[in-house]
Write a protein that binds this ligand. Structure first.
Ligand SMILES: NC(=O)c1ccc[n+]([C@@H]2O[C@H](COP(=O)([O-])OP(=O)(O)OC[C@H]3O[C@@H](n4cnc5c(N)ncnc54)[C@H](OP(=O)(O)O)[C@@H]3O)[C@@H](O)[C@H]2O)c1
Length: 297
């Protein structure tokens, strides 16, 4: 029997997932529906990294049109909208439905893993996508996705979700250390995003004065917090990890800066909140993180 996978949150990442997962050759095994605040009969247009435009006709529904027993829900809202969006869908689907959380930061992952009745997996991805208008998604950069449960449970489910993404053309693998991967990404995001958003600069400008010592000071505080949280550092160390990302994305405007420039809310809470909370728990003084928080967009 064909099962239905729901993608909740029809923004950049949500459209990217349905555009790949909803290709006709995959539809026999799995039907995809995109859940948003508005239903629509317009197809999603995917602009591939090669510049080709593909049209993808997936049902675009609202929460109360969802099937009661979807095989899985990919939650692809911003972190600050995740709980509300899921609460709206939750009354219309089986509470045991497996979830995959795609949010940046570490704000929603633990509470939803604790509270949701079904299995909850977390994903962290380096895919890059942005929207144009109501129906277009531009796949700006190919990336890789890791999927796993915070406690390492449900390895078969994580494997089958990763394989499904892989069959659809999105590089993905399951892992048993997603908690560590999420914290590592959080360190990178906390060292880069609030600064570039506050000073409205491209990532590469962090290499220069007066920003370089700011980044170094923030990494020092983050290293202490990670040690207290027993999160193992990357092989190359925290500083090298952060500077490598800055180097590799020197020309980019980080998503938080793009949100600020577009007058949208940012994910500063989901990034700085869990780190400041961890600092408080371990009695670590983190004045630089506090300052980022006080001035966060
Ligand atoms: N885009 C990327 O390349 C990328 C890469 C890595 C990670 N991420 C992470 O993925 C998450 C999603 O990012 P994004 O770029 O896809 O954000 P986005 O473009 O802003 O999309 C979020 C979508 O969620 C929808 N939404 C919000 N509340 C909803 C509700 N109650 N019911 C239904 N839909 C709702 C929004 O609809 P409205 O417009 O109606 O509010 C919007 O379409 C973020 O945590 C981001 O950090 C994104």
């Amino acid at each position: 029997m064909t099962e239905t996978t729901l993608v909740l949150g029809p923004g950049a990442l949500g459209r990217l997932l349905v555009a790949y997962l909803g290709q006709p050759y995959l539809e026999q095994q799995n039907r995809i529906e995109l859940v948003g605040r508005k239903a629509s009969s317009c197809p999603i247009s995917l602009v591939t990294p090669e510049g080709e435009t593909l049209s993808c006709l997936v049902p675009r529904i609202i929460a109360n049109q969802a099937p009661w027993k979807p095989a899985l829900v990919h939650l692809t809202t911003k972190a600050y909208a995740a709980e509300q969006a899921l609460a709206e869908l939750a009354t219309h689907i089986d509470p045991a439905t497996p979830l995959v959380l795609w949010q940046n930061g570490f704000q929603v992952q633990e509470p939803l893993t604790r509270r949701w009745q079904g299995p909850v997996l977390c994903a962290t991805t380096t895919e890059g996508a942005y929207t144009q208008g109501e129906d277009i998604v531009v796949h700006a950069g190919l990336g890789h996705t890791f999927i796993g449960h915070l406690g390492g449970a449900y390895p078969d489910l994580a494997d089958s979700v990763a394989k499904m993404l892989g069959r659809a053309g999105l590089s993905a693998e399951s892992c048993t250390d997603i908690r560590q991967r999420l914290w590592h990404k959080l360190v990178v995001n906390a060292a880069i995003n609030p600064l570039v958003a506050r000073y409205r600069i491209r990532n590469g400008q962090l290499r220069d004065r007066p920003f370089r010592p700011m980044v170094t000071g923030i990494i020092d505080e983050l290293s202490l917090i990670m040690e207290a949280e027993s999160i193992a550092p990357p092989k190359q160390g925290w500083a090298a990890m952060v500077w490598k990302v800055i180097e590799g994305t020197a020309n980019n405007r980080a998503s938080m800066l793009q949100d600020v420039l577009a007058g949208r809310p940012t994910e500063a809470d989901a990034i700085l909140g869990p780190l400041r909370e961890a600092a408080r728990r371990h009695d670590i003084v983190a004045p630089r993180l506090d300052a980022l928080w006080d001035n966060s967009p």
